[in-house]
Structure formats: C-alpha cells, structure tokens
Write a protein that binds this ligand. Structure first.
Ligand code: NIG
Ligand code: FE
Length: 421
C-alpha cells in the first residue's frame, strides 16, 4: 500500500538527519515543515518535503499514480505517532473502589498497606485466564491507538508469582502478534512484595532472581527488566541484585524510581546503565548530576502525579540543567487509568510548565529512546516506520496540548495502513 498525504498544514518532527534524543535547550526546538507532503510505501516513510517542491521531486509522477491513495490534509497537521514508553496495560479489571478511598484522603502507600493497590490487581490477575487478559488489553490498545499512540511498552508485575508473571508476559507476546502497534515487553516481578512474603521480602527477591528471571529469559518473553525501587517497596540493594541477574540474562534495566522518596533509585538506574528511570517526583541536585553523566532517559509520568495528587518532579530544573526528558502515560488501574498521550502532553504543560515543543519532543523522539525504538520510530524520517497520525483541522501545534481533554486526532496510520476503530 502506498499513501501520499498532501497539503499538510504542518508536518511535525520532520528530520533530515535523525537524532536519537533531544536534551536541554534543544527540547524547545521542534523541526517542522509548513505546507508539506509525506509519502509512505510498504509501511515505511519514503519521502517528504514542501508542497512547492513536490513537482520537482524525481518521484513525483510515481507518487500520483493510480495505485497510490492520496489524502488531502488541508488545514490538518501530521505527527509521528506517540511512543508511550511506560505502561501496565495488561490487568484484570479496574480499581475505582480505591479511587474513592483516595478521594476520601487515603494515600497510595496507605491503600497498598491495606492489601489494596498492586496486590489487589495481582489477586485478580492470578485468577484471570490468558484469553480474558488478552481481550481486555486489546481493547485498551485499540483505544490508545486511535488516540495517536503507535508504540507502547508493557510491563508485567501483577502476577507476583512465577506462573502468573509468565502468564502476563505471554499475554504481551500475544498482543505483539495481534496488534499492529510496536510493543516492547518488560519483566517487573519486583513490583510489590506478595502478602505471603511480607516478613521475608528477601526470599521473594531470591524467587525473582533464581526462578522468574531464568524462566522469562528462557522463553525470551521480555525485552527489559524493571524494579519498583522506592520507599516501602524494594531497596537499592535488592534492586541491584535483581538488575544484575536481569543483565546477566540479557535484560536491560528500565526502572521505577524516586516516586515516593529520595530512594536512591535514580543513581541505581544510572549505575546499571538503565535505558530509562521513571516517575522521578523526588529528584534533587545529586540525582540530576548522576543523570547528566549517563545515557539514561529520565521519564516523567504526569498522569500518575496528577491522579495521585503528588508533588511534581523539578522538570524545569532538569531541562535547564541540560537533561532530556520523556513522558509516558503509566496506563494502569491504580495510579493512572488512562493511556491518552494527548492528555499527557497537556499535563506536561500545565503541571510541569513545559512548553508545547518540549512536550511534543518528550512523547515522540525521547519516548522512542526510552523504549529502545528511536531508530525506527519517534520522528518523521525517511526509512522510519510509517506510524503517524493526521490531526483534525487545528490552528497551531500548540493547540494539541492546549485543548486538553478532547481528541484532536482524526486519522491514524500504523505500518503504512489506515486504522479504523
Ligand atoms: O507506575 N509505581 C508503581 N507502579 C505503578 C502503579 C501500579 C498500581 O498501582 O497498580 C505506577 O504508578
Ligand atoms: Fe508504572
């Protein structure tokens, strides 16, 4: 299938020399082309440019042949699809009961201590069949796809025993087959300590290391390894042991860090060369210094910060210090029951005081880096996968984060194919 999109009001994140990420001041720069065309062939972006130069292109005649579907995007913009680098989209049922507890004043940690939170989802996931989980997750994937997401990382972590963790990862493997989205799988056995290991947390860590990781790696079920390195969950020492075992089995770290305290998680992530460290509400000068010396992407999850009413990470300070940042949805039933990346951009602007260019960079090219797909996704570049969306008619690209809560995406193209609901 070949698609020519012409008269594009503005083609967003169009790069002639692709970058792997953008940092610091560069984050406020967004490469765009006004009044543009984009050509897609065999699922890949094969050309783009200015409309006024279209007829001068050597392929112009080929691009208007009968077998090419032409889309007139007058008044509309084209973006690379969002790369959502942190989700927990495989889960069994919602948790609005806890939502009510939260409204009444209980904290995330208090809910977790009462057996709610992650343990509540684990109980339900352990009882659910693989088919049920696939069905529920597919529905969520379809929803986020139509909202503009083209790539998504999905974690395990609601299994919390070997059998159920493997079940979750097999569900993710099935989703890779069934969904056109680019999917990466992360093993998060150390998401919480199951009730039966409450007084013997180190035995659970041993189980993760000695049983779960070898089984996950044996079936080649995961791309990355994650640990919830935070107050009340896993310590730095436990995280280190788990990451070392994961790395030995070929799993690169991508960890939950510093959401609830200055947990040392960020420094641990950097020490083990994590692809990303995520959440980061508790980030100080030491953490920023460590990140500046690393290749680890700091990934912000403003949906969770908003939903839990948490303090915010010092994002301005981080960017002004020269760091890159990515943003992801954290789509999960406890702390962020939405995978809408358009809303995440709005939260980035409103809660974190990021400017529209910065949030767009954070959910496209930097999001791609944070899930290891920057070579194939995250920008409009020749040779990259044709995962893009066409907006409704909009005035400027800043309208995307500005008009929070409404869907500005009109058409989604994944692997060069137009997607329908
Ligand atoms: O990223 N912080 C840890 N894990 C998830 C929450 C999972 C849950 O509450 O079910 C998060 O926010
Ligand atoms: Fe998370």
């Amino acid at each position: 299938m070949k698609i020519l999109i012409k008269n594009i009001k503005e083609l967003i994140q169009a790069e002639s020399t692709p970058k792997i990420m953008v940092c610091g001041k560069e984050m406020s720069v967004l490469p765009t082309i006004e009044n543009a065309w984009l050509f897609i062939e065999n699922g890949i972006i094969s050309g783009f440019g200015k409309m006024q130069d279209f007829s001068k292109n050597s392929k112009a005649e080929y691009m208007i042949r009968k077998d090419v579907q032409t889309i007139d995007a007058t008044g509309k913009m084209v973006f690379p699809a969002f790369c959502d680098s942190h989700t927990h989209i495989v889960y069994a049922g919602s948790r609005e009961i806890e939502y009510i507890d939260k409204i009444k004043g209980l904290s995330y940690e208090e809910i977790a201590k009462r057996g709610g939170g992650i343990l509540n989802s684990a109980k339900r996931l352990q009882q659910a069949s693989e088919e049920e989980l696939v069905e529920q997750a597919l529905e969520r994937l379809n929803e986020i796809k139509m909202l503009g997401t083209g790539a998504v990382e999905i974690k395990s972590g609601y299994g919390l025993n070997t059998e159920s963790e493997l079940k979750m990862l097999r569900v993710i493997r099935k989703l890779k087959e069934l969904s056109p989205l680019t999917i990466k799988a992360t093993f998060l056995g150390a998401h919480a300590v199951p009730a039966e290991y409450k007084k013997k947390q180190s035995e659970y860590v041993d189980l993760v290391i000695n049983e779960m990781i070898p089984s996950v790696a044996g079936e080649d079920l995961a791309d990355y390894i994650d640990v919830f390195c935070d107050k009340g969950f896993f310590t730095v020492e436990e995280t280190e042991r788990i990451l070392m075992a994961g790395i030995k089995h070929g799993l690169k770290p991508k960890i939950h860090a510093n959401e609830l305290d200055f947990s040392g998680g960020i420094q641990t992530g950097v020490k083990y060369n994590a692809l990303s460290v995520d959440h980061l509400e508790f980030t100080g000068d030491e953490e920023i210094k460590a990140l500046l010396k690393s290749e680890t992407m700091p990934c912000l999850l403003p949906g969770a910060a908003f939903f839990l009413g948490m303090i915010h990470p010092p994002v301005r300070k981080m960017i002004d210090a020269g760091l890159p940042v990515a943003m992801a949805s954290d789509y999960n039933p406890g702390s962020s029951p939405s995978g809408n990346m358009q809303l995440i951009m709005s939260f980035g602007c409103i809660l974190f005081r990021m400017i529209p260019e910065e949030v767009i960079n954070a959910v496209t090219i930097n999001g791609a880096y944070a899930m290891g797909v920057e070579d194939e996704l995250g920008s409009i570049a020749v040779g990259k996968k044709a995962n893009v969306f066409i907006t409704k008619p909009i005035s400027t690209y800043s309208f995307m984060p500005y008009a929070y809560g409404s869907n500005k995406v009109e058409k989604v193209i994944i692997n060069g194919k137009i997607e329908h609901q």
